[in-house]
Design a binder for this molecule. Structure first.
Ligand SMILES: [Zn+2]
Length: 88
């Protein structure tokens, strides 16, 4: 149950640019404890090959593990909310 950080890597799609494997990078310990929710894991997803990465912050809030995975797997840039896009 404490293996979230490793388990996420199996749910990440390959890099959209080079097709290599991506990894979740935990940034929780970099964030001021006043700015995070206790128990949340924060970070971003990065391609191990070309090093393209999702942002670690959006709209002034730090992105959690789940948020980073969504951004990566949906191929959105993370700077805007694309929730209303409906091309399936
Ligand atoms: Zn890549």
């Amino acid at each position: 149950m404490t293996n979230n950080k490793l388990a996420i890597n199996d749910t990440l799609l390959p890099c959209p640019f080079c097709g290599h494997k991506a990894t979740f990078v935990d940034t929780t310990h970099w964030i001021n404890s006043k700015k995070r929710v206790p128990g949340n894991i924060y970070g971003y997803v990065q391609c191990r090959h070309c090093l393209i990465a999702t942002p670690f912050r959006r709209a002034g809030k730090y992105i959690t593990l789940d948020g980073a995975r969504k951004i990566w797997n949906k191929r959105i840039d993370g700077s805007e909310d694309h929730a209303h896009d409906t091309d399936a």
